[in-house]
Design a protein around this ligand. Structure first.
Ligand SMILES: Nc1ncnc2c1ncn2[C@@H]1O[C@H](COP(=O)(O)OP(=O)(O)OP(=O)(O)O)[C@@H](O)[C@H]1O
Ligand SMILES: [Mg+2]
Length: 495
């Protein structure tokens, strides 16, 4: 008689008996494994031994390894989902636990240590009353020739044990449920990260993302703000749309404007609104196009990838003419130069960057926003910012009257004031960034109140006006732009 049917029948008749037998058998099997009897049988006694082994060990198994596809490139989603799914069971049943810091500063995230096992039950209404066993382990280090011949780290994995009779339930009901519920737990426990690539290993290091800026505290024209928020929401809910039109699920934003106009603040507000991680790329620390691609592959979905001051990061001006030359140098970043010194300058090229944004690799993972910021739009190669790469261009400009009133409400808590009209009129004559307006509105001592802060702002604006009339104060003048026009409104520019 088929062994699986016998065991399946026992299990259906009595869950308790099966549990006891399963516990006893797990102990016996552990010992068998230790004695390497199974290995001996498989190797030396052949087909008959395998039949015998099925009677001795009726359990089948599914192994869920830490890395996808044999490579080290991405931690496998299924592994993380199983880990998250088992967290509660582990906390309740496992005897030896591993603890890591959790989202909540006081709590710990628990998982099993090597060799630990826990049982999980599929409830009757889910087609079961079946007990499954999960074991956590790691394989010993091995020589891996594909990745430079070095010794691989320990490969960690979860292994699920079940009876042959439950094969269909496991594959079609139980494992999909584990992944679904694991994902839910991960979303709940997610501590958002701010990652940067300033590391000698050309990989990411991260800290918790805790920037307080939100759209509710970002001063800008309300209509423009709504347009950006709607755009972000449409993107976030656009999975099916992007699949339907055959486009990678990503969107590029270009934020441009003078220093202090809120470009970085806007990125923080975007991340908080979307509940995404932030990957802040310091392009000058990336040695080559290959390293840039590697960094991209290591980013996760639901994230904003930021390159600030893109015009300063690389010499992208006229990069097309230098393209061939610089491509020849690609991947030779650490090669010794003529003087024997190591050349550690970034060799990322324009083509490398374009590939990063919309090459084949850029589609991996999905749900990513790429944001470039610049103070000098005119310095950027048109190929870099054309629609399709940087889909939305947002101009961050000097402070206008509505933005000032918004800041006054936020900083001083005043809805109306006799000086509002004066400030509004002055802001039409001179350019002042929201950062400068905000600084003037910030109380400097316990004696400062709304009146004194607003008076200070008026004085600062009048001084700027006077300097402008006398040809001084170039620090507050806008950079020359194409038409020489002065931008006084914050909002979406080229859309
Ligand atoms: N529109 C705004 N609303 C509210 N606060 C703002 C706004 N713009 C700037 N600020 C405040 O001014 C400060 C500087 O802004 P931010 O760093 O975002 O400027 P930036 O445009 O990124 O400048 P840079 O080009 O030098 O990087 C921040 O503290 C930010 O909160
Ligand atoms: Mg900035």
């Amino acid at each position: 008689m088929d062994a699986g049917a016998v065991w399946g029948g026992l299990n259906l008749n009595s869950g308790v008996v099966l549990s006891l037998i399963a516990v006893l058998w797990a102990l016996v099997w552990q010992n068998l494994q230790q004695l390497q009897l199974q290995h001996f049988f498989k190797r030396h006694v052949g087909r008959h031994a395998r039949r015998f082994a099925a009677i001795v060990d009726p359990y089948l198994s599914v192994t869920i390894g830490e890395y996808d596809g044999g490579g080290r490139m991405r931690s496998a989603d299924a592994y993380k989902e199983v880990k998250a799914y088992l967290a509660d069971t582990t906390a309740r049943d496992a005897r030896h636990l591993r603890a890591e810091g959790a989202k909540d500063a006081d709590r710990l995230e628990l998982s099993m240590v090597d060799g630990e096992e826990v049982a999980d039950v599929l409830l009757p209404d889910e087609g079961g009353g079946i007990v499954f066993w999960w074991a956590y382990s790691k394989s010993p280090p091995q020589q891996d020739w594909r990745w430079g011949g070095g010794e691989q780290e320990n490969r960690r994995f979860y292994r699920l044990f079940f009876l042959d009779a439950h094969r269909d339930v496991v594959l079609n009901t139980y494992l999909p449920r584990v992944r679904r519920e694991g994902r839910d737990v991960m979303v709940k426990n997610r501590r958002r990260k701010l990652s940067t690539n300033i590391s000698v290993h050309q990989s990411w290091t991260h800290v918790p993302f805790e920037h307080p800026k939100t759209f509710a505290t970002l001063a800008m024209d309300p209509a423009k703000k709504k347009e950006i928020v709607d755009d972000l929401d449409t993107f976030k809910n656009g999975k099916d749309y992007y699949a339907r039109i055959g486009k990678a699920w990503k969107r590029g934003y270009l934020l441009y404007g003078p220093p202090g106009t809120g470009k970085s603040a806007m990125i923080a507000a975007m991340a908080n609104h979307l509940d995404y991680d932030v990957f802040d790329i310091e392009l000058t620390s990336v040695h080559s196009n290959t390293d840039l691609r590697k960094l991209f592959i290591e980013t996760t979905s639901k994230s904003i990838i930021v390159i600030e001051d893109i015009d300063c990061s690389l010499d992208l001006t006229g990069a097309r003419t230098k393209k061939k030359d610089s491509e020849d140098h690609d991947n030779k970043a650490t090669k010794a130069d003529g003087d024997g010194k190591k050349d550690t300058r970034s060799k990322v090229t324009l083509s490398g960057l374009l590939n990063f944004i919309d090459g084949l690799w850029s589609a991996c993972g999905g749900e990513r926003i790429i944001v470039f910021t610049t103070n000098h739009l005119e310095k950027l190669d048109p190929a870099l910012i054309r629609r399709g790469r940087m889909d939305k261009h947002i101009e961050m400009g000097y402070c206008c009257a509505p933005a000032f009133e918004f800041l006054a409400r936020t900083y001083l808590g005043v809805e109306e004031h006799e000086l509002f009209a004066t400030v509004g009129a002055l802001l039409q004559e001179v350019d002042m960034t929201p950062a400068d307006v905000a600084e003037n509105l910030t109380p400097k001592s316990a004696h400062d109140d709304a009146d004194s802060c607003l008076r200070e702002l008026v004085a600062a604006l009048e001084k700027t006006k006077e300097d402008k009339a006398n040809g001084r104060g170039m620090d507050l003048q806008p950079e020359e732009d194409d038409g020489g026009a002065v931008q006084v409104m914050m909002g979406v520019g080229l859309e």
